[in-house]
Every structure is written in structure tokens, then in C-alpha cells.
Ligand binder design. Structure first.
Ligand SMILES: NC(=O)c1ccc[n+]([C@@H]2O[C@H](COP(=O)([O-])OP(=O)(O)OC[C@H]3O[C@@H](n4cnc5c(N)ncnc54)[C@H](OP(=O)(O)O)[C@@H]3O)[C@@H](O)[C@H]2O)c1
Length: 187
């Protein structure tokens, strides 16, 4: 018999799980015993990641820039697992490299929507469920860009900084729920 793993019986939702850091997080959580809800827009890449992870993974296609999609996602995931996830990891992010004078306003808007507003929408959708249940973790994936200004990266700098501030604010509210930010550096 295999030894118990730390997250046996737990459910984790990971946004931006179809590739990159989100996919690696989802794999690690599944290896630790969690069932994982994978979220991204591209259904094909998401399905490929779910197949790669195996039975522990379920794909939920959603556009986190659309508030109605986030609300529907929270309902669908909670219905699928019979409760809200134990861990909600807001990892999905856009990264447009351009100084302000060259940046397409649509790219700026999209970055703020996915990197900043989506974590807020996820917290808004899941916090009441986690608080009522009495436990849970919300984790945002930040960046060293929330502590430094990169002039060539005008779209990106605002969102991580604001997310870091928002996490600190949310973290002071619901006693039963842990709210954390992991701050990454691009390499
Ligand atoms: N890579 C780095 O060096 C680095 C450094 C510091 C911080 N970070 C942060 O770490 C996180 C992950 O970065 P990464 O490099 O792994 O990103 P990535 O490889 O570009 O992957 C982004 C993920 O987010 C999903 N996504 C994008 N827009 C979405 C939307 N509107 N709705 C739902 N899903 C969406 C993408 O799938 P679809 O396109 O199919 O939706 C994909 O799964 C980001 O928050 C980033 O800011 C990364």
C-alpha cells in the first residue's frame, strides 16, 4: 500500500493550468494526492494537461476575464466536487512586453482583467463558501514586478502590485481562510 500523501482527500483549483507554472503547480498538487480542477480558456491544451496528469485532473474551460464565466466556474466546480475546493490558486496571467507609448490599450485592459480583476472575481466567488465551511486557502501568484518598476513592461507592473495590496487586504478579513501571495521572478 502506498503511504498517505499530504493532500489526499483535498481538492485544488488552479487557473492557467494548461501550461507553464500553472500546469507545474497542478501536477505537483496531484502528486501530493489532491484532485485538481484545471482552468484555462483553450479547451484542447487543457484536455491534454488533464490527460497528462491522469484521473486526479478535471478540465474546466473558462475565460477569467468574463465575470459571468468566473461565477459559473465556481458553481460548476463546487457542484462537481460536492463542495468548494480546499485550495484556490489564481495563477493565470498575461504578460505583454511593451513600454507605455507602444502598448495597445486593449493589451493593457486584457492584462488588468486577467492579472488583477480575475483574482478578485475568484475571491468574490469562493471566499463566502470557504468562510462558511470554516477552512480554505486562496493563493495568488505574484511577481517581483510588484516591488519594482520595469519601464518596458507597462501592462504588467500595475496588476501584480495591486494584487499584492488586495491580498493583504483580503488576508485581514476572514479568520478561517488563509490568503497568500507567491511572488515569482521571470527567468
Ligand atoms: N513565467 C515567469 O517567469 C513568471 C514570473 C513572474 C510571475 N509570473 C506569473 O506566474 C503566472 C503564470 O505565468 P506563466 O509564465 O506560467 O504563464 P503562461 O505560460 O503564459 O500561461 C498562462 C496560463 O493562463 C491562461 N490564461 C490566460 N488568459 C486567461 C483567461 N482570460 N482566462 C483563463 N485562463 C487564462 C492560459 O491559458 P489560455 O490562454 O488557454 O486561456 C495559460 O494556461 C502568471 O500570473 C505570471 O504573471 C510568471
Amino acid at each position: 500500500m502506498s503511504p498517505a500523501r499530504a493532500l489526499d482527500g483535498r481538492v485544488a483549483l488552479v487557473t492557467g493550468a494548461s501550461r507553464g507554472i500553472g500546469r507545474a503547480i497542478a501536477e505537483a498538487l496531484a502528486q501530493a494526492g489532491a484532485r485538481v480542477a484545471l482552468v484555462a480558456r483553450g479547451a484542447e491544451a487543457l484536455a491534454a494537461t488533464a490527460r497528462h496528469i491522469g484521473d486526479a485532473a478535471t478540465a474546466f474551460s473558462a475565460d477569467l476575464a468574463v465575470p459571468a464565466d468566473v461565477a459559473a466556474l465556481a458553481d460548476a466546480v463546487s457542484a462537481h466536487y460536492g463542495d468548494a475546493p480546499d485550495l484556490v490558486i489564481a495563477n493565470a496571467g498575461l504578460f505583454h512586453v511593451a513600454p507605455a507609448r507602444e502598448l495597445d490599450p486593449a493589451a493593457f485592459t486584457a492584462t488588468v482583467q486577467v492579472n488583477l480583476i480575475a483574482p478578485f472575481l475568484l475571491a468574490r466567488a469562493f471566499l463566502p463558501r470557504l468562510t462558511t465551511r470554516g477552512h480554505g486557502h486562496l493563493v495568488t501568484i505574484g511577481s517581483i514586478a510588484d516591488r519594482a518598476i520595469f519601464a518596458e513592461n507597462a501592462a504588467y507592473v500595475l496588476a501584480p502590485e495591486a494584487v499584492a495590496d488586495a491580498v493583504m487586504w483580503v488576508a485581514t478579513r476572514p479568520a478561517a481562510v488563509n490568503v497568500d501571495e507567491l511572488r515569482l521572478t521571470r527567468s
